[in-house]
Design a protein around this ligand. Sequence first.
Ligand SMILES: Nc1ncnc2c1ncn2[C@@H]1O[C@H](COP(=O)(O)OP(=O)(O)O)[C@@H](O)[C@H]1O
Ligand SMILES: [Mg+2]
Length: 250
Amino acid sequence: MPRPISAEERARIIKALEDFFIESLSPFEMTHRAFRESNSALRRINETLEEEAKRIAHALHDEAGQLLAAVFLELDKTAADAQPEMRERLEGVRRLLEQAREEVRRLSHELRPTLLDDVGLVPALEYLAQGISERTGMPITIEGFRDSRLPPSVETALYRVVREALNNVVKHAKATRVRVSVQKEGAAARCSVRDDGVGFDVSSVAQRKGERGFGLAGIRERLGTLSGTVQINSAPGWGTELLVTIPLET
Ligand SMILES: Nc1ncnc2c1ncn2[C@@H]1O[C@H](COP(=O)(O)OP(=O)(O)O)[C@@H](O)[C@H]1O
Ligand SMILES: [Mg+2]
């Protein structure tokens, strides 16, 4: 018969067990905390960069736009007073300036689509898709809600992810069409980009080390700061689907 354990002894054993657990759990707890902290630092850096991009984009758009408008006016006045030969040369200058204006618009939009701030993710994606379709001839369908907004950091992340995904389709997929859909499902935002192209072997690409901040690796990194995930379904001959989920804080 084992000797019964006294209350005192039991308390001592429980205390020892407690100490043991606290000691073995604390490295885990510390790693977890460090992870959470570095994650929120990354998120803050991302937000700061986005803010800065927004500022530069709006300055480019507004200030360069106004300056150019003034130059156009002056050019018109000069042309009106000029001899025919000079007028022709001024017409050439005007065409060059128009190219510059387009380029400034494009750059400003690349940096930060003003549509994203003003009307939201889905219209901004439609504008993006329209540009890519015009350039490449590939039809892109955008489906999603327009009646409500997502948190700015989520909208920005999804916009950048879809842009990279569409660039990938153009670059690699040889697809005939793409479908993008954005949905709110419970407490998460979900986005899918599906093409009917050649597909690829996801596991072998995942082993390649991408340039940080770009491509699929960049997508994973950016989503990570928002506790989001990306799942890629693809197989040679089947096409590719990118499925992104970002939890929404409630
Ligand atoms: N939609 C797609 N269709 C076919 N292949 C793709 C698609 N998206 C990505 N890939 C493949 O995955 C690789 C990695 O993509 P990514 O990380 O964006 O790098 P990059 O586009 O610079 O090559 C691509 O090189 C390509 O082989
Ligand atoms: Mg890419």
